[in-house]
Design a protein around this ligand. Structure first.
Ligand code: RUB
Length: 273
């Protein structure tokens, strides 16, 4: 298999490249490289299938690869990349409007769309603080905290289990999204717990997502990560280690999904828009 494809898969699996949008863009870049090199033959389809199965819950990866396989043209792969750019600009603009002066925003993990919306709010002159949870076991929250701090946005970096303690101080929860489905929104593990806690404190919960995250399939697989990310095998024998990467927040806990088409509170509203 092509070396760039193998490297991309490795970077995606190891979370060097992470976040649903970044993963899909990296896969498109790898496919573009293969298509330019050897066209739309066996190598292209094998690369597409390997890339697609590298992460199972990040729906834009599935959606763009299936589209690239159907369309079989270099221009359409480039168009898919352009779609991300244009959609992202509108998503970010719609997300930034929710941030008001003196708000305390809580966020979890690292979502490029959520970070860009918060940075846009800062550019628009809003003054606010962000509480970022560390996001065990791979600590992607640190990327969010670093990027916000570099943009001079006040940040507090909290251990995951402190989300309940600090929710009473939050004005809004802004999260990324890996899949928008009939039963709810899939995002990094821990999101559901944060949304439940926000409900208890009457804090609105918004997900930021472009429409390439819509998933109309009958089922979705929640990615299970290696146990070695959590514990050394020598430390615990005779127990199964559970390390799921994502969970699902049901629509009843969702105040809105911010997309390039507007903000939606229900699945039917979104798919009929
Ligand atoms: C990242 C994560 C992000 C979404 C959205 O999980 O859950 O919130 O993927 O990201 P992981 P984006 O680190 O396991 O990929 O807004 O960048 O698409």
């Amino acid at each position: 298999m092509d070396r760039l494809v193998l490297k991309t898969i490795n970077d995606i699996k190891s979370l060097k490249i992470q976040g649903a949008r970044n993963i899909a863009i990296a896969a498109l870049d790898a496919l573009l490289h293969v298509a330019k090199k050897s066209g739309f033959g066996q190598e292209f389809y094998e690369a597409a299938d390997m890339l697609e199965s590298s992460r199972t819950t990040a729906v834009p990866l599935y959606n763009v690869i299936e589209a690239a396989k159907r369309r079989k043209s270099i221009d359409s792969i480039k168009e898919l990349k352009t779609f991300f750019q244009i959609a992202m600009e509108n998503v970010v603009e719609n997300g930034a409007k929710l941030i008001k002066d003196d708000m305390v925003v809580m966020t979890h993990c690292h979502s490029s769309e959520a970070v860009l919306a918060l940075k846009a709010a800062k550019t628009n002159g809003r003054r606010f603080k962000v509480i970022v949870t560390e996001t065990r076991p791979k600590m992607q929250g640190i990327r969010t905290a670093q990027e916000l701090a570099s943009a001079k946005i006040p940040v507090e970096y909290a251990i995951d289990s402190a989300a309940g303690l600090y929710m009473k101080d939050a004005s809004i929860v802004i999260l990324g999204c890996d899949a928008i489905r009939k039963e709810g929104i899939y995002n990094k593990i821990g999101t559901y717990m944060i949304a439940l806690c926000a409900k208890e404190h009457d804090v609105p919960v918004y997900f930021i997502a472009d429409s390439l995250k819509i998933d109309r399939r009958d089922s979705i697989e929640i990615e299970m990560r290696p146990k070695e990310e959590v514990i050394s095998p020598k430390e615990l024998k005779g127990a199964k280690v559970l390390n799921p990467a994502f969970d699902c927040t049901p629509w009843k806990l969702v105040s809105g999904v911010i997309t390039e088409r507007g903000i939606f509170r229900r699945w039917n509203e979104l798919i009929n828009s």
